[in-house]
Design a protein around this ligand. Sequence first.
Ligand SMILES: Cc1cc2nc3c(=O)[nH]c(=O)nc-3n(C[C@H](O)[C@H](O)[C@H](O)COP(=O)(O)O)c2cc1C
Length: 330
Amino acid sequence: MDLTTEYLGLTLANPLVPSASPLSKNTDSVRKLEDAGASAVVMNSLFEEEVRAEDQFMDAYLFNQDIGHLEADSYRPMVDDYQTRIDEYLAQIFSLKQEVDIPVIASLNGITTGGWIEHALELQEAGADALELNVYHVAADMSQSGQDIEQMYLDLLSALREKLRIPMVMKLSPYFSSVANMVTRLEAGGVDGVSLFNRFYQPSIDIETREVSPELHLSSSQESLLAMRWIAILSGRVNITLAATGGIHKSEDVIRLLMAGADVTHMCSALLINGPEYLASVLKEVAEWLEENEYESVRQLKGCTSQRHAVDPVSYERSNYMQVLNSYKA
Ligand SMILES: Cc1cc2nc3c(=O)[nH]c(=O)nc-3n(C[C@H](O)[C@H](O)[C@H](O)COP(=O)(O)O)c2cc1C
């Protein structure tokens, strides 16, 4: 069975790629993912906030050293001894590249085009095979229009595109007025792929303390239908990698997303719940299903039920809404 797939110009052994999670922080768990059959790995993110805070700290440190008393200089720790979060992240890339054979995708998480993005080049130089850019932005500023926000994405892409030669994939939120239009504009802006969709974590309110508290719930299989619809709509209409993320737990989810047109299927919650070894059983079931259904390759399956190839293309759009509601049996 030929399980290979194309992802950002790389040929991967199969479509199962663990997405950014605490599992990729640790070389041992990445090795376990690779042993289970993961064909690439996305690293946990380096966050804009972390990079900015550190850049500010270093600027202040160097400035104070400049204006400090000469006799006190010898008591200050040397700047070279200070291990920044960026240093740590670069060391993590380096170590993963030494320890595993699968492609390592670095991940940046941010939204603005400030000086922090200079560090993207360091990720490339440390050996990252590609960069995933997670634009986690909650559009709460009332003076900002949808167009302004879309422009922020495009500006960030263009600033990074100018610097990097490695492929770039953008992990997008589903909250665009027109997802399809946004993806085509990102394609025109030079992105190599999109990962659909970023999962937004909703804060909750503790009704006793009245405090707003962040809540992290892992996903369920049902959530993968959101990515499935949009991948089906985009498949064959854009020439970039389509990665599916969110709610991919079982082999059925993987198969469905491949049918819709995904090039790779990311898993996070399912691996956190069941452990890295779980990936092997999903991969085995996907291969068995292909065999039983007389497919020779993943490529053959990819996109067979995209909107362009579906028997009933309107099922992916509103026209089916009424029938869905009417199908409810009390
Ligand atoms: C504990 C945890 C940590 C995560 N860390 C990151 C991260 O650093 N960067 C990122 O882009 N996504 C991160 N994610 C999001 C996942 O990569 C993934 O997109 C999301 O969980 C949806 O996929 P799933 O349904 O398979 O869990 C994290 C998710 C979880 C649960």
